[in-house]
Design a protein around this ligand. Structure first.
Ligand SMILES: Nc1nc2c(ncn2[C@@H]2O[C@H](COP(=O)(O)OP(=O)(O)O)[C@@H](O)[C@H]2O)c(=O)[nH]1
Ligand SMILES: [Mg+2]
Length: 163
């Protein structure tokens, strides 16, 4: 590693990523691959208290969902993931939550609180539409500022199989 890389590595101990994409897009699978694990992530609230999902009823879990929660895989704590679940319904309030989060986190001076990237998972299998209304809106209207948006096409093997 050169000097610059070393300096960056020292400054950015953790890499914070907002993961977007509808249910079943393959988000969790991509994160597991990146972190080289098959485990589920641990989830922490903004006070860094662990949230025990098994203790929550499914309906409650949805209600408890908060974009500020941090998902961390024990196998690779170098990544902190935020999940924008709920965005898929495309409502204006959900869109605003995501937009505000990106704006707030993009402006943070402290590198440990900054949002470093947005990974947008788009399933390519035949059963899915490539872009839903909410997704088209995100790409047209959302201003990520300095935060790079990376589109990840998922389920490509299925696309190949179908075509
Ligand atoms: N064929 C295929 N299936 C996938 C791929 N990625 C995920 N899946 C499957 O799609 C389903 C949803 O994946 P998941 O990662 O849970 O999606 P999430 O809801 O976005 O977190 C699971 O049954 C996965 O095994 C892929 O690249 N190819
Ligand atoms: Mg998931």
């Amino acid at each position: 590693m050169d000097d610059r890389t070393l300096r960056l590595r020292q400054k950015y101990r953790q890499f914070r990523v907002l993961v977007m994409g509808r249910a079943n897009a393959g988000k969790t699978t991509v994160l597991q691959k990146v972190c080289n694990t098959t485990d589920q992530p641990k989830i922490y609230n903004s006070k860094r208290e662990e949230i025990d999902l098994s203790a929550l009823a499914p309906s409650r879990e949805r209600g408890e969902h908060n974009i500020e929660n941090e998902m961390i895989f024990e196998a690779n704590p170098g990544y902190i993931f935020h999940d924008s679940r709920g965005f898929e319904c495309g409502s204006t309030s959900e869109f605003k939550i995501v937009q505000d989060f990106i704006e707030q986190r993009g402006m943070r001076r402290s590198s440990s609180e900054q949002l470093h990237a947005i990974w947008y998972c788009l399933p390519t299998d035949n059963a899915s539409r490539l872009l839903t209304g909410a997704e088209a809106r995100f790409f047209q209207e959302c201003d990520p500022g300095a935060v790079p948006v990376i589109a990840i096409y998922t389920k490509f093997d299925d696309f190949v199989l179908q075509t």
